[in-house]
Design a protein around this ligand. Sequence first.
Ligand code: DCP
Ligand code: MG
Ligand code: MN
Length: 338
Amino acid sequence: QAHDGVNKASNPNARTVEVLEEMGKYYDQTAHTWRSVAYRKAIASLRKQPHKITTQEEAARLPFVGKRLAAKIEEIVWTNSLRRLDNARLEPSDYALQTFLNIYGVGFSQASRWVSQGHKTLTDLSANAHLTDNQKIGIAHYADFLARIPRAEVEQLSAIVQAALRNIDPSFRAIIMGSYRRGAADSGDIDLIITAPAAPTQRIRATVCEVLVPALFALGFLKATLATTSKDTGSKWHGACALPNSSIWRRIDLLLVPDTELGAALIYFTGNDIFNRSIRLLASRKGMRLNQRGLYADVVRGKGREKIAQGRLVEGSSERAIFEALGVPWREPEMRVC
Ligand code: DCP
Ligand code: MG
Ligand code: MN
């Protein structure tokens, strides 16, 4: 920015340029790339003007200066600053909200409650807010849980679960799902379906919750339990794990699936979430209903399309057969990115 010093005294629009540059820097930092580019072009254009630009109309005639930027230029000239810039400086609450939303298990209502209570940083929260055990874990492993997991590490972590499962009952399988199955180079967490031929959900749950999970804790692989669905109806186990000798905790999600539901669960847990929404919408347009357990027909819906009766199971066990029953051409997991 050497040109600043050179131009400052002589350029009639120096002060305006200076304020706009600060604004552009703010957009740079907040990753509003498109806006920061627009600012840079407008600044270059303004810098070339031999006279001081003082009104919105004059500014709007310059190349690369749109209506809104023109209004800002006029405001800077008359007030020597920009309200939006002061707002930008005053917006740490946005950063706080963003920070809090990135804590595992924290949703919008909790995050905004903390912001309105005046909390600004994670350190703040740890010291002054009343936190649940999960929130404490989420904060302690904030960076860990935000980091992407390389594909090779997803495989290493899954292999540990698969080996433990083989020891317990060789008929059990752990299938790597989520973004990994879609072919992603890295993943946000490890998603595994745990299934076994001809085993009812109850038996799979008993094996996972009473044998596999304790064994993996004993091994030091599992680090924390974060969420499980209620004892008898549940089919999910969420927690954290780590490679031996690694201090980085990774999020791991287990979905317990009887083979009668495996096809529907494969579709659900492969995603992505947008793909799931669109294929479910398509099912409902055809008078059917797709969820993580199966594809159902003769679903009775009320006026608001709300479901009144569950309907008859069309297909649950085969992923391909569900596509066929829906009349949708087969899509490889890698292509299920919307
Ligand atoms: N899923 C869904 N709707 C949600 C959450 C999840 O349909 N609200 C399904 C689709 C996801 C799959 O479960 O692909 C796994 O969920 P994840 O949150 O683990 O997402 P991904 O594995 O797709 O991505 P990431 O790499 O971020 O974990
Ligand atoms: Mg995932
Ligand atoms: Mn997941």
